[in-house]
Write a protein of this length. Structure first.
Length: 288
């Protein structure tokens, strides 16, 4: 998103146009008011189509988020890029297209990569990481056949901790087809993972702002391993869940295996997805 915002600011007066297509991954992310709030929060100035029926997604034969399509002024597809990355190559192609009618057009230097995009820099090493966990599609490690989405079930962890890539619940929760939602008691969700970064999609189901306490390997998360949404006070490390969105929780300084525990301080906090990244720049590598 930071690259799109910068490109739009730089080149829209030269004829560069962005049309965003939002095809929801979860039911709540297809609701108009949530999309409108996200557009405002993310400072998106270009038009965004809400493709909640997946019509555009299917017409383009799409299969991933995000997917970038770059067209020239005649509607010819110049670039199709799946996933994150390739930002500097894409901007170079944008500039080349803008120069087709004015070869001498003066344009700014290509935008430098942001620190969080180390996977795109020279010398980056990307390690295998825990696959994305769509909570509604996962086997909860201690789930029972008696789970009722309309009421809470009291979960008791095994005591040995979750296996890598599995979710283990403790206390009162109920499971839906998309999420694990906290009950009224002091429950927790734990998972073991191997990666550098952890991002979670979380929704306050009742609309109430709720504190979610976070520990890693049984302790408050070290400040050098904090994602941009992690906060600290006398009680430790936590995330304030105040909107349905992705929360950047963990950014470890190096690759490794960890166990994270999330403890909502209230009911109605829905956990939908956990995604991981595992690229880093080794010390001594050439600058990107």
């Amino acid at each position: 998103m930071p690259y799109l915002r910068e490109w739009y600011q730089r080149y829209r007066d030269d004829g560069f146009v962005i049309v965003g297509v939002h095809t929801p991954e979860f039911h709540f992310s297809g609701e108009h008011e949530n999309v409108a709030a996200a557009v405002k929060r993310l400072n998106v100035d270009w038009p965004v189509v809400l493709d909640d029926s997946f019509a555009i997604w299917k017409r383009y034969g799409n299969s991933v988020w995000p997917h970038e399509y770059l067209y020239d002024r005649n509607g010819k597809l110049v670039e199709s890029f799946e996933g994150e990355g390739g930002y500097q190559d894409t901007e170079a192609r944008i500039q080349a297209l803008l120069r087709t009618d004015r070869p001498g057009r003066k344009l700014p230097p290509i935008m430098a990569l942001l620190p969080q995009d180390s996977y795109d820099k020279a010398g980056a090493v990307c390690y295998p990481h825990t696959p994305e966990l769509l909570v509604g599609h996962q086997n909860i490690a201690d789930a029972t056949s008696q789970n009722d989405p309309a009421r809470d079930t009291n979960y008791s962890p095994s005591g040995g901790g979750p296996r890598d890539g599995a979710i283990e619940l403790a206390g009162y929760w109920h499971l839906t087809t998309e999420a694990a939602v906290s009950g009224e008691s002091g429950g927790s969700l734990a998972l073991r993972y191997h990666a550098i970064q952890l991002v979670a999609v979380i929704k306050p189901e009742s609309g109430r702002t709720t504190r979610v306490e976070v520990t890693q390997d049984g302790k408050p998360v070290p400040k050098e391993a904090a994602g941009k949404d992690l906060r600290y006070d006398a009680g430790g490390s936590y995330v304030t869940v105040d909107a349905p969105r992705a929360y950047d929780i963990i950014m470890n300084d190096r690759y490794g295996q960890h166990e994270i525990k999330l403890a909502p301080k209230g009911e109605g906090v829905g956990f939908y997805d956990f995604a991981f990244e595992s690229c880093e720049i080794p010390k001594g590598a050439p600058p990107g």
